[in-house]
Design a protein around this ligand. Structure first.
Ligand code: XIL
Length: 391
């Protein structure tokens, strides 16, 4: 009897495994077919990406009183002269990709190391570029000593000392600071939408306001920014995040927090079809209605799920850049467009969003040889079409 039951159980088990496997195969097949269909819809061979003239992105943006710039690391700009030359040509603003994060600036709790940051600040100054600060409060890139050293007794002092010292060091030399980065995550389940970060655990929700006030005191001239990602598409997740970010910005404004602008990271997905310019523009308008400027701060487009053919990939990616930028530049409060890197030779996505087929990725305006790609044309076209900003 027992044996029979066991046998039956095993049969049901095996049957279920078989059913699950075939269901999974069907689901994967459907998913692939769906992806192929939507990629076909995204790729338009006829789409025109022509650009008039040879002017750089920096100059095209400046013609509309906009800023174009990009992020880079000290380790790239300092060792690759041709890359550095292209960077200085194309960019009106430099954003240190990692060199002003805690991990780089704070070798020990007592010391600050500005070597790399200062090298970048000088590079920007020497090439007549604006310089931007990224970032003072983030749950990532914290130094190894952080966990064992910082506790609820000393956290406020350590945060204030960091902001005073770092913002003070660059005061008068910096256009803007990402004071607080990525603190909204509705998935964490809090009614205020805040992400459950070390800073929240140590200081409670006030740390955001505290950080802005400290930054304003240390540099009254810099534009102070809240910066976040995952706000671009017409999906329930992005919608929830847009709502929570707006609530945070409203709360800060009503408390009199010295916040001046919102940074929209814009890490886009080349294969994503749920782009809704109307909803995106409505969101930006609500941000602008709070009296805030808007910067597109970390734009790139991943090609992770796009076909291997470089021509197809370049077209889809360029389409994503142009569609997105045409929509956001319709909002007059948008004052800057910054890409997260300039050339495919140096992009974080090679590590974070590499391709299954191991092909080199093609996500930025310039290719690995520093040649302009269709993505460059797309950005240039969006600047050429944009209306002039009021300064
Ligand atoms: C990334 C850098 O590009 C990488 O080099 C580093 O390893 C991890 O951080 N959002 C941000 C940026 O605000 O600071 C991140 O930069 C990318 C996502």
């Amino acid at each position: 009897m027992i044996k029979k039951q066991r046998l039956m159980g095993r049969r049901v088990f095996l049957f279920s495994l078989g059913t699950l496997a075939s269901l999974a195969a069907v689901a994967t097949g459907n998913k692939l077919r769906h992806l192929n269909n939507s990629l076909q819809a995204l790729d338009n061979e006829e789409r025109d990406f022509t650009v008039i003239g040879e002017a750089t992105l920096r100059d095209r943006a400046a013609a509309k009183k906009l800023i174009y710039g990009a992020a880079s690391d000290y380790r790239y700009l300092s060792i690759a002269p041709q890359f550095a030359a292209s960077f200085a040509q194309e960019c009106g603003m430099l954003v240190p990709e990692n060199d002003l994060k805690w991990k780089t600036l704070r070798p020990t709790p007592e010391s600050f190391n500005f070597t790399q940051g200062d090298w970048l600040a000088k590079f920007a100054f020497d090439h007549n570029m604006l310089f931007r600060g990224h970032t003072l409060v983030w749950h990532e890139a914290l130094p190894p000593w952080f966990k064992d050293t910082v506790n609820s007794q000393n956290a406020l002092g350590i945060l204030l000392k960091h902001i005073e010292t770092v913002v003070g060091h660059y005061a008068g030399k910096i256009h803007s600071w990402d004071v607080v980065n990525e603190v909204i995550l509705p998935k964490d389940g809090r009614s205020d939408g805040l992400r459950n970060t070390p800073w929240l655990q140590l200081l409670g929700p006030d740390y955001i306001d505290i950080a802005f006030r400290a930054a304003a005191k240390a540099d009254p001239q810099a534009l102070l920014i809240y910066n976040d990602y995952g706000l671009d598409y017409d999906t329930p997740e992005h919608e929830a995040k847009r709502v929570a970010v707006l609530n945070l910005l409203k709360r800060l404004k009503s408390m009199g927090t010295p916040i001046h602008a919102f940074g929209m990271q814009a890490h886009l997905q080349g294969h994503e079809t749920r782009f809704n310019p109307k909803k995106l523009k409505a969101f930006l308008q609500e941000v602008a209605n709070l009296g805030l400027k808007i910067l597109i701060t970390e734009m790139d487009v991943t090609d992770q799920k796009l076909p291997l053919d470089a021509k197809v990939r370049d077209r889809i990616i360029a389409g994503a850049y142009e569609d997105y930028l045409s929509a956001v530049l319709d909002e007059p409060a948008v004052i800057a467009v910054l890409t997260w890197g300039l050339s495919d030779r140096y992009t974080w996505l090679s590590e974070f969003k590499s391709r299954g087929d191991k092909a080199p990725i093609r996500t930025l305006p310039l290719d690995e040889q520093l040649k302009r790609k269709l993505a460059w044309n797309a950005i240039a076209r969006a600047f050429d079409k944009a209306s002039e900003r009021e300064v």
